[in-house]
Each structure stands twice: as structure tokens, then as C-alpha cells.
Design a protein around this ligand. Sequence first.
Ligand code: PXP
Length: 244
Amino acid sequence: MGWPAMPRLGVNIDHVATVRQARRTYEPDPVWAAAEAQLGGADGITFHLREDRRHINDRDARLLKETVTCKLNMEMSINRAIVAIARQLEPDQCTLVPERREELTTEGGLDVVRLARRVRPVVEALRGKGIEVSAFIEPIPDQVQAAADASCDAVELWTGEYAHAKGPRAMRAALKHLDTAIEVGHSRGILVHGGHGLTYTNIKPVAALMGFEEFNIGHSIIARAVFVGLRKAVREMKALIGDD
Ligand code: PXP
């Protein structure tokens, strides 16, 4: 399988909504953030409509669908009500993630091996609407195989092990896990994405691994945008991804 010369950058705008919700007001607007990110060169906009609606809400999802002109990626749990919303909204892609109310952000991947019987009908229901389906999983060959068995179009490999690695040895081991998982994904004919904990300082070695189609990055880009603006923050991240 060939892979793109440069992986796409999906910008996760949830944090903009988190700031808004801190005051339960109307600003900053994640829909505006999506427009700014696109002007900075984002290839995709990613949002997570959580069951508890702690940041992105149904109005945001609706307006993002109406206004985003690049790839729209909806992160979501496999909860029945959320699946119904996704089927109605019809984003370009849905990324299935685990969801726990007490977590600060998505921690680790969806256990597709254990949840295979629940994941498969969700994948079918979404693909039936022409939506591409990705599963956010840990970079473990069995998880990649299970996602492929469940007819996913793609997997998004959790890059948290790499991002949290202490020291070069742990980092190398984490990169190896990612590389192996990429290989398994390609051998099964599915696309491979990556995300979680990627920053301006740790992206390069991951971007240098051949075979990632897309990165989804949120916290680091929004944090930088506070100082330099979102367009510039996106532009800078894109330059690092492309600069191998
Ligand atoms: N990909 C997925 C599936 C996620 O759940 C998240 C966090 O919302 C991200 C990527 C982005 O992670 P970060 O905010 O650490 O860049």
C-alpha cells in the first residue's frame, strides 16, 4: 500500500469549547475555531460529542457539519444514542473511542478485542450511511486485527505510550510498537492514523515513521494558539509534520 507523502493534520477543537463551558457563555466558539484552523491549513476538524456534553454540544456538531469544508471527524463512544446522532449528522468520519465520565480526556484505546460484538454493528450502522469508521486503539497487533475484522476503514493508534515515555529507551520501544501496528494495519488494507499527547516537541519522530495517514492533535495546538493565534499554531504544526 502506498502512503501519502505527508500525513493529514486533523485539529481537535474540543478545548475551545471547554474554555467556553468554563463560563457557560458563547465564547470562544469552537465553530469559529474550526474556521480559523482551516485558514491555517488544517486538513481536518475533529470534535468529540461526549455523552455528558461537557464541551462540544449538539449545536456545535450541527454547525460544524454545516460550515466545515475539510474532513469532519467525529469522535464518539459506541453508545446507542450517540450512534443515532452520528447517523443523522453524517460527518465524513467517525472515530470510535472509549468514554469514561471521570476521565479528563480519552485515556487509552477502545478494547475492540473485548468489545468486538458491540463494535461490529456500530461500524456497520455508520458505514451504511457512507461514513468512514476509525477505531481509536492501543498499538497492539491484536487490536488492529480486531478493528479490521470489525470492518473498520481505519485505526487511530493511541500515541500516549510514546508521548508519556520517560527517556530514549522507552521512547524507542513505544515507536517500535507504533511501527509494528502500522505494518499490521497495512497488511489488512486499512488506513492508520495517530493521536493523543502529540506536541510541537515530540511530533517529529512519530511523523518520520512511514505510513501514518492522519494525525489528530488538540491540546498542544490550542495551548499554542493562546499565544500565537490558531492559524499560526496550525501552520507551525503542519510544517513539523511535513518536515522530515
Ligand atoms: N485522538 C483521539 C481519539 C482523542 O480522543 C484525542 C483527545 O481528545 C486526541 C486525538 C487529541 O489528543 P490531544 O488533545 O492530546 O492532542
